[in-house]
Design a binder for this molecule. Structure first.
Ligand code: FAD
Length: 447
């Protein structure tokens, strides 16, 4: 039996371990952190993520969809909060289409527990990967006491996140491309607690956004009634992490900028200064494999900014695509790893770009009247001609269309909509047959 080693038991590593176990491999998983299965996850300090269609597909393939469903909260749209505390709502998709808020810790723990069910999976915690020998495919792990363990594998899956040790080794090989780019914005998480009776302080089934042009605050619901709120904010400038140095400055800024949030958020300034400010990085590399020996998956090969809620979903999609490719190509590992890298790399690049573009949409445009009109027109065309037009957000979030294809289609749609929105009479005629026909003709011409 082939021995495969998965480095990193985060979200992608633990899911990949299940899928590999299902295929009958002897799977060893090595993780730097302690065993999450034994850690009692503390209530009230939950960091959550939005799970969507691509992620669900991989979870279903692993047979854990139902178990994960139990710990998610559907969010049917964006609830926007303006400067005066006025609310508006934009559905994400059609009917009951939703993205799902889930605690990162709970999701990771459940995936680990599910993987434990397989006799052919073994876990090794507190084991930090330091290096690997590509000649012999031998990994080197170090425990907390500094003891070194060497592990030889037939195949290695590097799922050790954005600052991957496995990738670091591949970076020393010939013709390996790598880039990392930090945003000028960072983020800070703030926990908005539940009401005393455990209920949510805001509409539970929505992703809340306070868009403010150059920055924004968002909130995702947790099962215990709290919300994990994230302030995406520049490091420098008039309104920035650097400009808010005292408790008074923080209080004053939130009171003026996010008044309805300020009114319901206790201990704001303490929370603000106790929680770290974290950076946002985009990592690109190529190829994602080393011969038939090593394959990178998840953030280790494509770390992206979080504005499309797709980082984990893209990593989970890596797992489902790999599983399907394995079923198709069998164990011609060289071909399999090469093909995987060639196919997924353009998709990783596309979602990296889409996520960057979406930051502007989220922080700036979601409150803009003309932007909302544009969405209304697109939705109308989608309703009437679903075979011809699917809005970019739906392609990315509610479909399995390749990210690279969605990106191309999105560009084409943008050119058409830019022209339509340029009409002087668009506000009056947006719902007319004339505008609809103009769009359909432009689509035909674009091929
Ligand atoms: P990770 O989750 O980083 O896991 C890597 C694992 O490897 C960790 O357990 C780590 O301890 C271990 N490890 C690291 N180095 C070593 C080593 N040397 N040896 C052994 N083990 C090691 N994505 C979404 O889909 N939806 C969202 O809403 C969303 N929101 C986000 C919000 C924020 C603020 C951020 C920062 C990201 C968000 N993401 C979201 C992205 C998502 O968090 C990542 O894409 C996802 O965690 C990637 O999973 P991974 O398993 O590849 O890496």
């Amino acid at each position: 039996m082939q021995k495969v080693v998965v480095v990193g038991a985060g979200l992608v590593g633990s899911l990949q371990a299940i899928l590999l176990a299902k295929k009958g491999f002897e799977v060893e998983v090595y993780e730097r952190r302690p065993d999450l299965r034994k850690v009692e996850l503390k209530g009230g300090r939950s960091i959550n993520l939005a799970l969507s269609t691509r992620g669900w597909k991989a979870l279903k393939l692993a047979g854990v969809e139902k178990q994960i469903e139990e710990i998610t909260i559907p969010m049917y749209g964006r609830r926007m909060h303006d400067e005066n505390g006025n609310l508006s709502f934009q559905p994400y998709g059609k009917d009951d289409q939703a993205i799902y808020s889930v605690s990162r810790g709970d999701l990771n723990k459940r995936l680990l527990l599910e993987a434990t069910e397989y006799d052919n999976v073994s876990f090794f915690f507190d084991q930090k990967c330091n290096d690997l020998n590509l000649e012999t495919n031998t990994l080197e792990f170090e425990d907390k006491e500094g003891n070194i363990k060497k592990v030889k594998a037939d195949r290695i899956f590097g799922t050790d996140g954005a600052f991957s040790a496995v990738r670091t080794r591949l970076m020393k090989t010939d013709r390996f491309n790598y880039s990392q780019q930090y945003l000028t914005h960072g983020y800070k998480e703030l926990l908005l607690p539940a009401n005393e009776d455990g209920t949510h302080k805001l509409d539970k089934n929505a992703l809340h956004i306070w868009p403010r042009g150059k920055f924004m605050l968002i909130a995702l619901p947790n099962e215990d009634g709290s919300y994990t709120c994230t302030l995406f904010f520049p490091y420098d400038g008039e309104y920035s992490f650097n400009s808010l140095q005292s408790k008074d400055q923080v209080e004053g800024f939130f009171k003026k900028t996010f008044p309805d949030f300020y009114d319901i958020m206790p201990n704001l300034a303490d929370e603000y200064f106790e929680n770290p400010t974290s950076s946002l990085v985009i990592i690109r590399c190529e190829p994602w494999n080393y011969e038939d020996k090593v394959l990178l998956m998840g953030d280790s090969s494509h770390a992206i900014v979080p504005f499309y809620g797709q980082g984990m979903n893209a990593g989970f999609e890596d797992c489902s695509v790999f599983s399907e490719m394995y079923d198709e190509l069998g164990s011609d590992w060289h071909k399999l790893f090469d093909e995987f890298s060639k196919q997924r790399k353009p998709d990783g690049d596309a979602i990296a770009q889409l996520a960057l573009d979406n930051y502007i949409e989220m922080r700036d445009l979601v409150g803009d009247e003309m932007f909302l009109l544009r969405k209304k027109i697109e939705n109308k065309i989608y309703e009437k001609h679903p075979d011809k037009w699917m809005p970019l957000y739906s392609q990315v979030t509610f479909s399995h269309i390749r990210y690279s294809e969605a990106y191309e289609t999105g560009q084409k749609q943008k050119r058409i909509m830019d022209k339509v929105m340029d009409r002087d009479d668009i506000k009056e005629k947006w719902d007319s047959d004339e505008v609809e026909n103009e769009i359909l003709e432009a689509l035909n011409d674009a091929g």
